[in-house]
Design a binder for this molecule. Sequence first.
Ligand code: BT5
Length: 259
Amino acid sequence: MDRLIEKIVDDLNTSVVGREIKYYSVLESTNERAKQLAKEGYNEGTVVIADEQTGGKGRLGRRWFSPPGSGLWLSIILYPELEADRVPLMTIIASLAVYDVIESLGLITEIKWPNDILIKGHKVCGILSEMSVGSTGINYVITGIGLNVNQTYFPEEIREFATSLRIELGKELNRAYLLQIILEAFERYYFMLTRGKIDLLINLWKERMKIINKRIQIKNGQEIASGIVIDISNGGELILRDDTGNIHLYWAGDTSLVK
Ligand code: BT5
């Protein structure tokens, strides 16, 4: 994939995102490598991508399966001027970009709050944004995207609920081209954010979710709650009304629909 990656830099229609791409055949985690590069002062928009991750990460120390030759495992270094509590917006931007790209392939897709992209209820992509905050605000944000592209096989642990673009489309896809259109879409949304169009971004995100007005269960740490999702706040929090009518706001958690 490395040659193709070099080529997309020439074709890439962006001004910031992906102007520098660091390609590795194997990394433990692109998010971890991107953090090191951010500390070294690499430019905003630098992309770290690996063909394989040996320690790909999900939220809360979970594992992200990232075998070689099959997926897009990448992280973007950003220095947004945002309050730390608005960093979930970076995940929102990434999910909008991936959503658009999947839809452009002719597939019906859906965003699952807060950080998954699904096709027919199966997880095709996960996003992990991590940040470093100092006394003067955010030092950097790393937005990591894991997209299953050409897998035809998944480990037992995730087989029931994971999918890839190839499984859904019935044909192999060119990862370098997908990377290019993801980065272009990401930059368009990132510029919306830097121009302050936060309400618009949240609305686009909400429209692409099927969770509103649905009964769900949410697990957040030790806490498990259920109720009806009445909205998503303009900070990206899930607003839940429990069965006693009380309202709860969640920043994070694992949701599942309850029939
Ligand atoms: C996520 O976490 O979905 C965020 C995944 C972010 C991965 C990217 S890859 C590039 C960058 N570098 C990294 O090290 N990470 C980021 P979470 O919502 O916690 O979901 C994790 C769960 O998804 C696991 O516990 C599995 O159940 C499932 N899972 C693991 N690998 C998967 C895969 N390849 N496809 C679908 N589901 C998977």
